[in-house]
Design a protein around this ligand. Structure first.
Ligand SMILES: *Cc1c(COP(=O)(O)O)cnc(C)c1O
Length: 402
């Protein structure tokens, strides 16, 4: 613990870091600098979706390292065309803008929504409606879009043009729509907010309201996209098609890259000079994206994630139904939340000590995000550790009450 104390650090103390340093990863497993081995059920927060150091992506990156690392977007970049083609062929989108992170992808989505209304439709609309418990990023615009006060504290004044309404409150949503409203933006599962899935009936209502009022529907797929929920994109579960959606986290298997995707009518709104990024879509990043998606498609990774997710949920429900500390087990595919009857920070630390890496989603939810190729045996190992810890929790809770 003392070896990784933050006292002598030259870094900003922006993160409450776990007291260990990981130095090697392979598949579902990680090793720390002391040689301890961990089963990874957080994946850098839904990033290493193919497991650590996936061979095909590694090969593609190594090949690209020998050819060309970076070139300006003032040139054609064939890797960008190829990666965008893969993404548009397998989604409802017609065009892709590549950037470097989730927040940047959402910034691009917000900018595109405004510009489409202001320069294509010429109606001057700019307001984006978002929901409580959402998470959309840490830049000034995306933290303003985020429906959690804790990310906004101390950063006033916030940019204008955002309204947050309570999730699943149709009346509040309708009341928030006005002559300035440009778009409604949401996640299909509020991941950081507590693994909270949006109700299908509400999602359909949102889509209907967008249609009726001429609003754009923006879906933030940064955590739920690319197979995580058992579909390539999580909006597919709802039978809706967003006008704009965003990707990042799993897109490059750990290589930093984000993307904003949109349907045809919006494409002209981002003409030359309207938006850009020095690093967006470099040949190296594109090699990672192309190999990641090709691997997912050719190896049936999305279906594997759906099956593994069903197995994980079933195992947890089977073994935790009688546990009074567990309130609800929810999720879709391989994003799963175990909501508890109290704080779970200590449980997450105890799991780590037993060799399982998981993360919280809010104070009372344990979030599980294994890689999409996780084996049944690895799921069994993780479930055994969690069930054991939650059983002990019950004993302590009862003991302290007595
Ligand atoms: C992680 C995340 C973001 C922000 O992505 P960064 O790459 O950290 O900027 C935005 N939205 C959702 C849903 C996320 O999970």
């Amino acid at each position: 613990m003392s070896e990784h104390s933050t006292e002598a650090s030259s870094l900003f103390p922006t993160y409450a870091r776990f007291p260990l340093a990981l130095v090697k990863g392979e598949g579902s497993w990680l090793w720390d600098d002391q040689g301890n081995k961990y089963l990874d059920f957080m994946c850098g927060l839904a990033v290493t979706n193919l497991g650590h150091a996936p061979e095909q992506v590694k090969q593609a990156l190594v090949r690209q390292l020998d050819e060309l690392w970076h070139v300006s977007n003032l040139f054609h970049i064939p890797g960008q065309e190829a990666a965008a083609k893969l993404l548009t062929e397998h989604s409802c989108a017609d065009a892709v803008f590549f950037c470097n992170s989730g927040a940047e992808a959402n910034e691009a989505a917000i900018k595109l929504a405004r510009r489409y209304h202001q320069q294509v439709l010429n109606n001057g609309r700019h307001e984006i409606i978002t929901f409580t418990q959402s998470f959309h990023g840490r830049t000034l615009a995306t933290l303003t879009a985020t429906g959690q006060d804790k990310v906004k504290e101390g950063f006033q004044p916030l940019p204008a043009g955002f309204k947050t309404v309570p999730m699943h409150d149709e009346a509040a949503l309708e009341a928030a729509i006005g002559p300035q409203t440009a778009a409604i933006m949401l996640e299909t599962i509020q991941a950081e907010g507590g693994v909270l899935p949006v109700d299908p009936a509400f999602m359909h209502r949102v889509a209907k309201l967008c249609e009726a009022h001429g609003l754009l529907l923006i879906v933030d797929e940064i955590q739920t996209g690319l197979g995580r929920t058992g579909k390539l994109f999580s909006y597919e579960h709802y039978g809706i098609e967003p006008d704009i959606f965003t990707l990042a986290k799993g897109l490059g298997s750990g290589f930093p890259v984000g993307a904003m995707l949109a349907k045809k009518p919006l494409v002209a709104a981002f003409g030359p000079g309207s938006h850009g990024s020095t690093f967006g879509g470099t040949p190296l990043a594109m090699a990672a994206v192309k190999a990641t998606i090709e691997t997912m498609l050719s190896e049936g990774v999305v279906d594997q994630a759906a099956d593994a997710g069903q197995y994980l949920l079933a195992r947890l429900r089977e073994q935790l139904t009688d546990n009074p500390f567990v309130r609800e087990i929810r999720g879709r595919g391989l994003i799963v939340g175990i909501e508890c009857d109290g704080a779970v920070g200590d449980l997450v630390a105890a799991a780590r000590e037993r060799g399982l890496l998981v993360v919280t989603a809010g104070p009372q939810v344990i979030r599980l995000l294994p890689n999409l190729r996780v084996s049944r045996d690895e799921i069994d190992q993780a479930v055994d550790i969690l069930v054991g810890l939650l059983a002990e929790q019950t004993v302590t809770t009862r003991g302290s009450k007595a």
